[in-house]
Ligand binder design. Structure first.
Ligand code: PLP
Length: 380
């Protein structure tokens, strides 16, 4: 059995062995960070160091960072907290957001009487700024949810322009930065964003830990003890938090080389797909300037491949994805692909490849060869 080739980094990146080694003593450490004895204080200090590191990476104050169980909780905290705290009546949202955002908005509509308004998007999945402005004119002081990069198709959003519009109409801006945090792009220094959501397992940190940046505090989502300055109750995931901070610092320190690596893989993959399957259709923006350098989504016509292609690739040892990992257990075709006009039938044949450290061009070549194996012969 050949070695498996993992091309699903947008779902989760492998844990960096350096991060793992750094976490280990904290996994084993005895004590509760809220205890006042030495064992507790040692863990508390480690958490505060991690907060400082995360804040420095993104240009924030440490007090603006709270640690969460991941991106989903950070998105929930921002949306639910903002609605509760500022009595927000309207949410304007990009329809290709992750379900962590979309399902939370649906819940706020059902249970809190909030009105939600989708922002129009173009065929690449990018929001139309003139429509956002029209909505903001009609509903000033709204909450606006627009992600930085889409997790399925990689399209980047015009986040600076969104921030300016939201400020002009005195709204609140949640930017889900889960897919881009590891690229070292995010800084709140010159960008007026109210909330950022991030998740460690997307930048070679552990699963089950993330953070929320919030310009100003909002009501806590989880009540209980007074951890995280009474913003997020519950004994902290100390090893996860310190591992995440280590991973983020490393990502920021190595960002130029990492981005260049991702870009060269993407260019190679696009080239190999076009050369091998001239009929290939890419989804979303695939340009260097307009897309995530580590994500590519595409489909091939039904005359060439079957809708079993993901399973066929799995048999060949290629781990890819058809939609976001969080939805792949569901029978529904991707809401992102449908929102950009891909038919449900084409969506079932769509593949998302995503890559990172440890993936080189030879892995891409093997993945393309694996697809070729399952091309339906025209003579059949
Ligand atoms: N937001 C985006 C854009 C994501 O891609 C994901 C995970 O895939 C999440 C939120 C959820 O993050 P987590 O898995 O840490 O809950």
């Amino acid at each position: 059995m050949p070695e498996r080739i993992y091309l699903d980094y947008a779902a989760s990146t492998p844990l960096d062995p350096e991060v793992e080694a750094y976490m280990l003593p904290y996994l084993r450490a005895v004590g509760n960070p809220s205890s006042i004895h030495a064992a507790g204080r040692h863990l508390r200090a480690a958490i505060e160091d991690a907060r400082q590191t995360v804040a420095e990476c993104i240009g924030a104050d440490p007090g603006q960072i709270i640690f969460t169980s991941g991106g989903t909780e950070a998105d929930n905290h921002a949306l639910r907290g903002a609605v509760e705290t500022w009595n927000i009546q309207h949410i304007l949202y990009n329809p290709t957001e992750h379900h962590a955002v979309l399902h939370t908005i649906e819940s706020l509509v059902r249970n809190r009487g909030v009105e939600a308004h989708p922002i129009a998007i173009d065929p690449q999945g990018r929001i139309k700024l003139d429509h956002l402005e029209e909505l903001l004119r009609r509903y000033p002081r709204s909450m606006v949810a627009v992600m930085y990069a889409n997790n399925e198709i990689g399209t980047l959003q015009p986040i600076n322009e969104v921030a300016e519009l939201v400020q002009k109409y005195e709204g609140y801006f949640l930017c889900d930065t889960v897919q881009v945090m590891g690229l070292g792009w995010v800084s709140v220094k010159n960008w007026h964003v109210d909330f950022l959501a991030a998740s460690a397992h997307k930048f070679y940190g552990p699963k089950g830990v993330g953070f929320l940046y919030r310009r100003r505090p909002v009501k806590s989502l989880i009540t209980g003890g007074s951890q995280e300055r009474e913003q997020r109750a519950g004994t902290e995931n100390v090893a996860g938090i310190v591992g995440m901070a280590y991973a983020l610092k490393k990502a920021y320190e190595t960002r130029s080389a990492y981005q260049a690596h991702l870009r060269s893989i993407k260019a190679h993959l696009i080239h190999r797909l076009q050369e091998s399957f001239p009929e290939v259709i890419f989804h979303g923006d695939t340009t260097e300037a307009g897309s995530h350098p580590g994500i590519l989504n595409f489909h091939l016509p039904a005359s060439l491949i079957s809708d079993m292609i993901l399973i066929q690739l799995d048999i060949e040892g290629i781990c890819a994805s058809g939609t976001s990992a969080c939805s792949s257990g569901s029978a529904h075709p991707s809401h992102v692909l449908q929102a950009i006009g891909v038919s449900p039938e084409e969506a079932t044949r769509s593949l998302r490849f995503s890559w990172g450290h440890g993936i080189d061009k030879s892995h891409i070549d093997q993945a393309v060869e694996a697809i070729k194996k399952y091309i339906v012969s025209p003579s059949l």
